[in-house]
Design a protein around this ligand. Sequence first.
Ligand code: ADP
Ligand code: MG
Ligand code: MG
Length: 194
Amino acid sequence: MWMEKMSIKVQENKEYLTSLDQAIGDGDHGINLSRGFSEVVSKISATNYNSSSDVLKDVAMTLMSKVGGASGPLYGTAFLKLSMALNEKESTFETFTTGVDEALNGIIMRGKAQPGEKTMVDVWSPVVKLFKETNEFNSDKLKDVAREAAEATKDVKATKGRASYLGDRSIGHIDSGSMSSYYLFEALAEVLSE
Ligand code: ADP
Ligand code: MG
Ligand code: MG
């Protein structure tokens, strides 16, 4: 359900994500992700899986192979790390927290961005912090933290990714990958509160 919801959000906000990326990047983020997540949904809805870890592994493989640009390998790595962390583990909040933390570490390892560089790390990092500070899902908090973090990238100067080519001119625009990461956690929050 998580991926289905994410895919719907990405399709609905395709133009918006594209416009964010047009301002400070190359304008393909909405297109990249709408194609990627619709491929993800086709793939996982046509396959039988034994575990959520197996689903997430296929999500990772699909994103890595179908999404060009920086975001494909980064989201792909995140889902692969999450899948590995959940493999053969009991599904608890703690396990999931570890998984999201490893996913963030994977993004950092692959993209070499630290928090504060105006990338999706700026959303993943406070989300991981929130999970570590609590011991159960709080959908409202998750949405709020992720949304605020995505919006806060507006005031930041990009020092990683394409937007960094613009230097100070990157200030004043929300980072597209942070906004799509917000949709991902918003989708998760909605699935968990159903
Ligand atoms: P591209 O920039 O190659 O066209 P996308 O437009 O699909 O790729 O994705 C851009 C997003 O990827 C950015 O908004 C940013 O959030 C994220 N990103 C780019 N480079 C990095 C990086 N080094 N580390 C983490 N995230 C990054
Ligand atoms: Mg782009
Ligand atoms: Mg591109």
